[in-house]
Write a protein that binds this ligand. Structure first.
Ligand SMILES: *Cc1c(COP(=O)(O)O)cnc(C)c1O
Length: 346
């Protein structure tokens, strides 16, 4: 049976070229700083993002955690959106491990923060208050439809942050999706941020890994935090080799994922019982609502036909990625149509 896995872009497998590069990678011990393949990846990532230095980490969650721990200490707060991955999906790590408080502001539909609310939320120096030690943006914003923030959005937030002496971190798990969707070089999108983390293991299709980029001094301190959270690496060139292929070959093709996502959204919009705004779809995340029928039954039906994804709740997200073809989209639409028709109540 055909399988179309739309649960996430994390399900992507390494390309044949990545497999070859991994097999042939030159290796050292990264805790001693001498894995040449990893050193190359870190230099390449820093260069691509226009930052002085970079450090490889095991996951996007570790990248955000290490970044927050480097910016903020015990009793400090960070200001982030209420739909931020850092707030909702990272198990409260910065709070549990770093004693850092989360101060959340409402994200708008694109994942942006209100600038007046942000300005008002930053704490002045006062013994009563937590110190605002970091402001965080997410680009693209996962829980806000995968929308990309522009360089101007980031600059507006950074200007406020910097006026108060507060650093800006970008959770750029899918920053390359933002870059290709906006046709803006990634350097432009992050130039006003003090630190950025991005995932190699999502749309860029690596098996493992994320990279944190920032100033040389910031990355040096981040390396110590990475060590403390157990993220010191050894012959990590085996996976860094895939990251190098990803940065060389897998960025432009994200356009294909955005095209299949649009096709999927337009098709879903034609299916009775599904609610979706196909125009609000700039990247590879497709959010829609099962407005009619029991979502748990519809999910079981499509999973039985090899379409992986869905939830026993009304709001669903399908994700397109490397390995999802336009034939897969046609098949998914057929299966979804039949399942929705079968379980329609009206
Ligand atoms: C996936 C994701 C992360 C975390 O990455 P993991 O590698 O799964 O830990 C962080 N931020 C955003 C926006 C994400 O989508």
């Amino acid at each position: 049976m055909r399988e179309v896995d739309l649960r996430s872009d994390t399900v992507t497998h390494p390309s044949p070229q990545m497999r070859r590069a991994m097999a042939e990678a030159e290796l050292g011990d990264d805790v001693f700083g001498d894995d040449p393949t990893l050193n190359r990846l870190e230099a390449m990532a820093a260069d691509r993002l226009g930052k002085e230095a970079a450090v490889f980490v095991a996951s996007g969650t570790m990248g955000n955690l290490v970044s927050i721990l480097t910016h903020a200490g015990r009793g400090d707060e960070i200001i982030i959106g209420d739909k931020a991955h850092i707030f909702r999906s990272e198990a409260g790590g910065a709070s549990a491990l770093g004693g850092v408080a989360y101060n959340t502001l409402p994200n708008d539909s694109r994942g942006m923060l209100d600038l007046d609310e942000l300005e008002a939320a930053i704490k002045p120096p006062d013994d009563h208050f937590t110190r605002t030690a970091m402001i965080g943006l997410e680009n693209t914003h996962n829980a806000c439809g995968g929308a990309p923030l522009t360089a101007d959005d980031t600059k507006a937030v950074a200007d406020i942050a910097h006026r108060h002496g507060v650093p800006l971190h970008i959770d750029g798990a899918r920053i390359f999706n933002a870059s290709v969707a906006l046709e803006t070089p990634v350097i432009e999108l992050v130039k006003d941020a003090d630190s950025v983390s991005f995932c190699l293991s999502k749309g860029l299709s690596c098996p493992i890994g994320s990279v944190v980029c920032g100033s040389g001094e910031f990355i040096q301190r981040a390396r110590k935090w990475r060590k403390m959270v157990g993220g010191g690496m050894r012959q990590v060139g085996v996976i860094a080799a895939a990251g190098i292929v990803a940065l060389d070959d897998m960025v432009e093709r994200l356009n294909d994922d955005h095209a299949t996502a649009r096709r999927l959204a337009q098709g879903l919009a034609q299916i009775p019982g599904i609610e979706i705004d196909p125009d609000s779809l700039p990247t590879n995340l497709v959010f829609f609502k099962i407005a009619d029928g029991d979502p748990a039954l519809i999910m079981r039906e499509i999973n039985g036909q090899g379409v992986k994804g869905g939830m026993p709740a009304r709001n669903w997200r399908f994700v397109t990625h490397y390995g999802i073809t336009s034939d897969d989209i046609d098949y998914t639409l057929e299966v979804m149509e039949a399942a929705c028709r079968k379980h329609a109540t009206t």
